[in-house]
Design a protein around this ligand. Structure first.
Ligand code: F6P
Length: 373
C-alpha cells in the first residue's frame, strides 16, 4: 500500500510537465495518498529539498502552465556527480545519500518525469531498492518503447506555426528559408513539422544528407515557377561527408546531456545560397519549442500519463516506465527502456529514432519533400 509518494521533474522542461504533476496529485488525493515534489529534480533528492503538493493549493491551476512548478535540473547525475574537492574536480557517487533521504522522508514511490538520462538514473535507483515509476517527458519524442512523449505535440505545433510564418516572408522575398528545430539525435520534430508546414526539404539525423539533392529539389521548384523554398533542418542532421554541428561541449561532452547541438541550419542556409544563387536565411527556433502552454493534445496525454503512473503505484507496479503504445496506456520495465548498462550518449544508447519504414518517411517522400538522399 503506498501512502506517501514524491515526484521529481528532471532534465530539459517540456510542455505538459505541470499537467502530469496535477494528474498524479489529484489521483493520489482521491485515493488518500500524500504527494510531494522534489525541488529541481535529482538535485532536490540529493539536498532533501521537497514540498507537499496539494490540488487545492500549490498544485492548482496547472493544466495550461508551461515549465514545471517544482523546477528541474540538467546534468545532475547523482551516480557520478561532478564536485569540487580541495581545488580539484572529482566525480562522486552520491546515490546512497539520496536513498537515505527517500527512506527518511518515508516515500513509498518516486515518480521520475524525464527523458532518457533521467530514466537511466531511475533505473539505477531501482537496482538499489527504490520504488520508481518513470514518465517519459521530452519534446524530442526519443524515449524507447513509447510511441509518444508528452511535450512533443506542442513542439511540433510551435515549429509548424513558425513554418507558416516563414512561408509568407520566403514567398515575398523569393528566398530559401531554413528552419533549425530541436530533437537531438531524432528527427521527429523536423519530420512532422515539415509535413504539417508544407516544407520542400527536411533534413534529419537518421538520414545523412547530400546537399546536392536539396539543390535539385529547389531548382526543380524554380523551373516550376516557385522561386522560394522552405527547408526544415533538425539540429542533429549531418551531411553525408561531414559531422553533426556541436555548439558547446560540457564535461568533455560525456553523455547526451553534455553536448549542446546547434548550428547546422546556418551551414545548410549558406551552402544552399552558394549552390543555388538564391538568397537564404536561417532561423533557429530554439527554446520557444519547449516553453509555454501545452496543446490540448499534450494536456490530455499528460493527464493520462499522470493518472496511469499513480494507478501503477497503487497496484504496486514499480521500476517501470509508463508508456503509450498503439493507442493504449501501459508500461515497460525501466531495464528495457535504458538497456543493459547502455551508456547515455554513446551510439548504443537506447533512444527511439525515426525508422526508414515509418509512415512519416513514406508520407514525406510521397509528398515530394526532399530528405536529402
Ligand atoms: O531534450 C530537449 C532539448 O530541448 C533538445 O531538443 C535540445 O537539444 C536540448 O534539450 C537543449 O538542452 P539544454 O536545455 O541543455 O540547452
Amino acid at each position: 500500500m503506498v501512502k506517501k509518494v514524491a515526484i521529481l521533474t528532471n532534465g530539459g522542461d517540456a510542455p505538459g510537465l505541470n499537467a502530469v504533476i496535477r494528474a498524479i496529485v489529484k489521483t493520489a488525493e482521491t485515493n488518500g495518498v500524500e504527494c510531494y515534489g522534489y525541488i529541481e529534480g535529482y538535485k532536490g533528492l540529493l539536498t532533501n529539498n521537497y514540498v507537499k503538493l496539494e490540488s487545492k493549493g500549490n498544485a492548482s491551476g496547472l493544466l495550461h502552465r508551461g515549465g514545471t512548478i517544482i523546477g528541474t535540473s540538467n546534468n545532475t547525475n547523482v551516480f557520478n556527480l561532478k564536485v569540487e574537492e580541495n581545488g580539484q574536480t572529482v566525480y562522486k557517487d552520491m546515490s546512497e545519500k539520496c536513498i537515505e533521504n527517500i527512506k527518511e522522508a518515508g516515500f513509498d514511490c518516486i515518480f521520475t518525469l524525464g527523458g532518457d538520462g533521467t530514466q537511466k538514473s531511475a533505473r539505477d535507483f531501482s537496482l538499489r531498492g527504490v520504488n520508481v515509476i518513470g514518465v517519459p517527458k521530452t519534446i524530442d519524442n526519443d524515449v524507447a518503447d513509447t510511441d509518444i512523449t508528452f511535450g512533443y505535440n506542442t513542439a511540433v505545433s510551435v515549429a509548424t506555426e513558425a513554418l507558416d510564418r516563414l512561408h509568407t516572408t520566403a514567398e515575398s522575398h523569393h528566398r530559401i528559408m531554413v528552419l533549425e528545430v530541436m530533437g537531438r539525435y531524432a528527427g521527429w520534430i523536423a519530420l512532422e513539422s515539415a509535413i504539417a508546414g508544407g516544407a520542400d526539404a527536411c533534413l534529419i539525423p537518421e538520414i545523412p544528407y547530400d546537399i546536392n539533392k536539396v539543390v535539385e529539389k529547389i531548382n526543380q521548384r524554380r523551373k516550376d515557377g516557385k522561386d522560394f523554398s522552405i527547408v526544415v533542418v533538425s539540429e542533429g542532421a549531418k551531411p553525408i561527408d561531414g559531422e553533426i554541428v556541436v555548439k558547446k561541449k560540457l564535461d568533455d561532452g560525456k553523455g547526451l546531456d553534455n553536448i549542446r547541438l546547434g548550428g547546422i541550419g546556418e551551414k545548410v542556409a549558406s551552402d544552399l545560397e552558394e549552390l543555388t544563387g538564391l538568397t537564404s536565411r536561417n532561423t533557429v527556433l530554439g527554446y520557444v519549442q519547449r516553453g509555454g502552454t501545452p496543446t490540448s493534445y499534450d494536456r490530455v496525454l499528460s493527464s493520462k500519463y499522470g493518472v496511469k503512473a499513480m494507478k501503477l503505484a497503487m497496484e504496486g507496479v514499480f521500476n517501470v516506465l509508463v508508456n503509450y503504445h498503439e493507442g493504449k496506456m501501459g508500461y515497460v520495465s525501466l531495464e528495457d527502456v535504458v538497456g543493459n548498462n547502455k551508456e547515455i550518449g554513446t551510439a548504443s544508447s537506447n533512444i527511439r529514432t525515426v525508422k526508414m519504414d515509418d509512415d512519416l518517411i513514406k508520407t514525406a517522400k510521397s509528398l515530394g519533400i526532399s530528405l536529402g538522399e
